[in-house]
Design a protein around this ligand. Structure first.
Ligand code: IDP
Ligand code: MG
Length: 149
């Protein structure tokens, strides 16, 4: 397994519902490093870039509108197999199909308000992270507990 970086977004619904701490805690509990993190208002250009693979789909306009409607938290998660691990912690796209114990399974009810975003592949992570972070904003460091996790 490889050490990887992936993009996690805490979506506007989660920020409004006061879920930032609980979502971040899950990733800290699992032993991942937070390599970068900021509260921000996503711009139209950033949203269009992030969701460019979905241009033309029925939910595209609504998703862009939602994601730019209110602040999000953008995070780079770093760790072993981080890309797949974050996807599985986030849970299935449609919260009613997401397993209990996942973020979407525990906190979400509908696909339009599914709490979090996670990059779906190495290529996506490499494309998505620079939409939100400059290279120098992403920090790699060893926690003193890392040999025990
Ligand atoms: P993902 O977030 O699990 O990777 P994608 O298929 O990449 O799911 O879709 C991106 C986002 O677009 C979803 O997280 C969700 O917010 C929204 N979305 C996806 N499918 C639908 C849909 O059928 N109706 C409404 N919104 C959708
Ligand atoms: Mg996706």
């Amino acid at each position: 397994m490889e050490n990887e970086r992936t993009l996690l977004l805490i979506k506007p619904d989660s920020v409004h519902r006061g879920l930032i701490g609980r979502i971040v805690a899950r990733y800290e509990d699992k032993g991942f490093n937070i390599a970068a993190m900021k509260l921000m208002h996503m711009t139209q250009a950033q949203a269009e870039d992030l969701y460019s693979p979905h241009v033309g789909k029925s939910f595209y306009d609504r998703t862009i509108k939602f994601m730019t409607s209110s602040p999000i938290v953008a995070i780079v998660i770093e760790g072993m197999d981080a890309i797949n691990q974050v996807r599985s912690f986030n849970g299935a796209t449609t919260p009613s199909e997401a397993h209990p114990g996942t973020i979407r399974g525990d906190f979400g009810q509908r696909v339009e308000r599914n709490c979090v975003h996670g990059s779906d592949s190495k290529e996506s992570a490499e494309r998505e992270i620079p939409i939100f972070f400059k290279n120098e904003e992403i920090l790699t460091y060893n926690k003193c507990l890392s040999e025990w996790v």
